[in-house]
Design a protein around this ligand. Structure first.
Ligand SMILES: [Mg+2]
Length: 355
């Protein structure tokens, strides 16, 4: 079945409240809606959630990148999606988020055409995943207040953005633990610490008797030695997020023994890269996390299907939809509190969007 059209348009979504992390502040998600149309009229939807400081792309560069890929994609056979998606990567280096949006739309179109739901295509291991809820940077009081609100809403797992100072972040973690002592706590520094400061923070937390399920990206993305130092000097699992975009990056983490967990995001690796990274991590006994950028339901559905289909993610951070103002869009998954279910969802990602 031939792909007749690939298109991309701005998709701006307001946030419920500003989202602040060590590398920047966001007030709205300036995303891109991607459509792949087949000759029988089937439409596949994808979404790009660009992040200038993480994936290195913006809404404008993503639209330009996807327009650049039109000549590679249009006229091609969707059944040979793997060959096609190797060619798109060859035709344009980098632009990770743009590639991911195209891959989601192509596989959604393929699934809809074939009558196969993507979670079944990826393996059909589970039909449900439970996400954590992420807290922005802020004062200890603000962070504790947001944590209490999240727990009240039904979240059992809380991820706290850190990377301010060791003293302030320790006070924030302690404040969260005090208001929700039963919640599973993880930290994400978004490259915000030196290796020594990351270890200092971890030690203070350990000494206070607080358990962390993960310390994510404590140091700069390219500092694999620093990451390994943190891993060897603290009692918590250390995760690589910004360090791993590609399967080659995952191999470097394995070789350098730099992390216990790799955070796969479709916005970084695309769906094809995500499958390869999952294979590498599993073979190397590295645990897997699935994360997201600021995708709406349209993009997030692909990650939910991947997480359910592979069923191998020990940490799940797919909470962007709780941070964005909701809008009309059907299918993809069912959402009950922190749990996403793909039970009974239609073919592809199941997303049906008519703006
Ligand atoms: Mg992260």
């Amino acid at each position: 079945m031939r792909i007749t059209k690939l298109s991309a348009e701005p998709f701006d979504l307001p946030l419920i409240e500003p989202f602040i992390i060590a590398t920047g502040r966001k007030d709205a998600a300036n995303n891109v809606l991607v459509r792949v149309e087949l000759e029988d009229g089937t439409v596949g939807f994808g979404e790009v959630a660009p992040s200038p400081y993480t994936t290195g792309d913006t809404q404008a560069t993503s639209i330009a990148a996807i327009n650049h890929l039109r000549s590679v994609v249009e006229g091609r056979d969707v059944e040979s999606w793997r060959t096609l998606l190797v060619d798109t990567r060859k035709a344009l280096r980098h632009q990770f988020a743009a590639h991911s949006g195209v891959e989601i739309a192509v596989l959604d179109a393929w699934g809809k055409m074939a009558g196969v739901s993507l979670h079944q295509f990826f393996g059909g291991v589970k039909t449900e995943v439970e996400t954590d809820y992420t807290l922005s940077l802020g004062t200890p009081e603000e962070t504790a207040k947001s944590a209490a609100k999240a727990v009240k809403q039904g979240f059992n797992k809380i991820k706290i953005k850190v990377g301010m100072t060791v003293a302030v972040d320790f006070a924030r973690v302690k404040a969260v633990h005090e208001v929700c002592p039963d919640a599973d706590l993880a930290l994400d520094a978004n490259q915000g610490f030196s290796p020594k400061d990351a270890v200092e923070l971890a030690r203070r937390i350990e000494k206070a008797g607080i358990e962390l399920s993960l310390l994510e990206q404590p140091v700069r993305r390219d500092d694999l030695a620093g990451m390994r130092y943190v891993r060897e000097h603290c009692g918590f699992l250390v995760g690589a997020d910004e360090t791993v975009f590609t399967p080659e990056d995952a191999i470097r983490v394995v070789r350098e023994e730099a992390a216990d967990v790799i955070n796969i995001k479709v916005a970084k690796a695309g769906l094809v890269g995500a499958l390869d990274i999952a294979g590498i991590a599993r073979a190397a006994n590295i645990s897997l996390m699935i994360g997201c950028m600021m995708e709406s339901k349209i993009g997030l559905a692909a990650s939910v299907h991947l997480a359910c289909g592979l069923g191998c993610f020990t940490h799940c951070d797919l909470d962007s939809v709780y941070l964005l103002q909701p809008f009309e869009c059907e299918g993809g998954y069912h959402q009950v509190g922190p749990v996403f279910s793909v039970e009974g969802v239609g073919a592809g990602t199941g997303i049906i969007y008519q703006p």
